[in-house]
Write a protein that binds this ligand. Sequence first.
Ligand SMILES: Nc1nc2c(ncn2[C@@H]2O[C@H](COP(=O)(O)OP(=O)(O)OP(=O)(O)O)[C@@H](O)[C@H]2O)c(=O)[nH]1
Ligand SMILES: [Mg+2]
Length: 307
Amino acid sequence: MPARLLRDRPVRARRVALVRLRRPDEGPWAIDAAFDALEEWLTAAGRSVVYRVWQRRRAPAPATYLGRGKALQLRALCDLGGVETVVLDGTPTPAQRSNLEALLGRPVADRSMWAPSGAMPPAASRTRTLHRRARRARGTRSVVLVGCAGAGKSTLFAAITRAPRPAAAWPAPQNRGRPAVMTRRLRGGTGSRSVLLTDTPGLVWSPERGSWILPAEAREESRDADFILHVIDGSHPEARRRACQVARLLRSEDGGPSARVVQVWTQADRVGTDRGCGDEARWIVSGRTGLGCDELIAHLWSAMERH
Ligand SMILES: Nc1nc2c(ncn2[C@@H]2O[C@H](COP(=O)(O)OP(=O)(O)OP(=O)(O)O)[C@@H](O)[C@H]2O)c(=O)[nH]1
Ligand SMILES: [Mg+2]
């Protein structure tokens, strides 16, 4: 996931306003969580967030993304608060963006500047495909971590493989300088067989589509995996809903992944171990404290013996 935002001209500005659409089916929690994550990141990068503005709409306005009235209202607010750039948590078309910039009288930075596009450079994709084939030919088994952006995949990856931990900050800074996909050997196990664990970039929510977007890297890696660990931030107020949405998406991918999907609810140190438990089988862990990680690894090894 390239962290391009900070290199882009519009976000050099110090004072910014965050803006987003709110679809009728999105709760206030979802909006707050999206704004919190973006603000945390921008603040870490030295920006100061002056306003958070959302507009309730089923779909973006065709010409200007935000409705014209809302955009003009926002312009007046920005004039008042000395806002230099509007950061739009969405993906407008180039025409919508430039029309919106004209209405707002200031630059608009949008998600295409920092979020994964879903596409992957062909050379990187080809190289990884070759690596995967070679591993498969050697009989190496693979486990892939998939989940929403910021769920805790890389932290769990570090806990399980003893790789260096990512720096705490979401969404992009911790990915700067790190490859989008990392693969390491799973520790433990007794036989000669080796198992590789792969960390992938997180799914991002598209307010326009009203759905999660699975980055191309995550799709490709999980296509050949023996197990997919579907990582869920159990401390998120919408954890259950997100878990269902992503589970549905994973099942629908090319007729469903051939890999077995194991739900792993992480960040248990923040919420205790009983939060959100239903009937589904799931693992409750914490990548931060290591809680439940040894049991999860043991489960993977024994499941690997059986399959
Ligand atoms: N308290 C606590 N915080 C966690 C845990 N796991 C992750 N975090 C924090 O949650 C944030 C996101 O964690 P990451 O591991 O980078 O999440 P990710 O799923 O790899 O995110 P992307 O790579 O952007 O998709 C970081 O600030 C972590 O420090 C956990 O088990 N407990
Ligand atoms: Mg990560």
